[in-house]
Each structure stands twice: as C-alpha cells, then as structure tokens.
Design a binder for this molecule. Structure first.
Ligand SMILES: [Zn+2]
Length: 192
C-alpha cells in the first residue's frame, strides 16, 4: 500500500478527526474539511504527497502552499500517533489554503493548526508533541473544547495563543501566509 492510500484511509476512518469541530477567531474548522475536502484534494492530486523531507528537522511533515504539497520525512508513518499529530497540524494549513482567503496572518494560521493538532491528540488520549509554551496553551484550550462541547474558542484564549506564536523565534518572519487554493505559478507547476 502507498503512503497516499494509507493517508486517505486515515482521513476517512480515524474517529478523533470527528472532534475537529471548532471556531477560532474567523476560522471555522469542521471534521469534513479533513474527511471530505482534503480527502478529495489528495485523491485528485490537487494536493500532492511527497517524501523529500519536511521543512525542518523537528517537524515530521510540512505543507507547502506554493506547490500545494505535503512534504513528509522519508520514514513518516501515518500509523504512528506522533506523525498523525504532525499530519493533522499540516492538514489544517492545507485546509486554510483551500479556503482561498488570500494573504492573512501567519500567526493566526499557525495558532489554528496547533489547536487542531492539540484537539486531535487530546481526543486520541496522547500527550503533546513537545513542551513548548505554544503546545501547552493549545492543549489547555483543546481540553476545554473537548470537555465543554463548546465549539467557539473565547477571544481571550485565541489572542493568547496567537500572541504566543507571534513571540516564537520560528514564526517571527512569517507574519503573512497566502491562501490561494490550487493556484500555482509557472515555476511551481513545472517543478511539481
Ligand atoms: Zn504550522
């Protein structure tokens, strides 16, 4: 079985994905974003899965909106719970890209992705992928969402998480992310 096949099965059948139902600032995330929209984008190769390696050594996966592709570590395995957490994080970036909202705050985009990762892992009864304060705050918000069955994250909690992302050295140069669905320039089409 290919990695693409395994990921499609994961998106369709993993029950913890059904808990990814939340509202964070202007971002509304639903389970069907993963089990249907992303599923279809991968199935049709509008989004590709490549195994050249993720953006950084600490990441199990990354999503590149210019190529509309996931970049996975060569030994990435969707049956591994940590890789599932990384993949849900990157999938959330892909989902925001598919919304075609144009240039927007990269810090908000990261906050949404960290929160989705945390809700997925808390629902899976797993621990955070690291002890960074961004992940601690995300997991606290996630526990509140899952226990209260409330969908909306309070604006105070949302601002706290976004400002924690903004202060992290890794995200200081990422003030703006683009969201343009499957639009690609000539270079990105040729090199895809
Ligand atoms: Zn991210």
């Amino acid at each position: 079985m290919t990695i693409k096949h395994d990921i499609l099965v994961f998106l369709l059948t993993n029950l913890n994905i059904q808990q990814l139902n939340f509202e964070f600032l202007r971002y509304k995330i639903f389970p069907k974003d993963y089990s249907s929209s992303l599923y279809l984008a991968l199935q049709s190769d509008n989004i590709l899965i490549r195994t050249k390696g993720a953006a950084g050594p600490s990441a199990g996966a990354s999503y590149d909106p210019s190529y509309d592709s996931f970049e996975l570590r060569p030994n990435f395995s969707i049956s591994n719970w940590r890789d599932q957490g990384f993949f849900i994080h990157e999938s959330t970036h892909a989902i925001v890209d598919m919304r075609n909202i144009g240039p927007h705050s990269g810090h908000e985009d990261e906050a949404v992705a960290y929160l989705a990762e945390a809700i997925f892992l808390e629902s899976s009864k797993k621990s955070p992928l690291g002890n960074q304060s961004i992940r601690m705050i995300s997991h606290n918000i996630a526990k509140g969402i899952l226990s209260s069955r409330q969908i909306k994250v309070s604006d105070a909690d949302a601002k706290k998480l976004v400002s924690e992302v903004a202060q992290h050295p890794m995200y200081q140069s990422t003030a703006l992310y683009n969201s343009n669905r499957f639009k690609r320039n000539l270079i990105h089409r040729l090199l895809r």
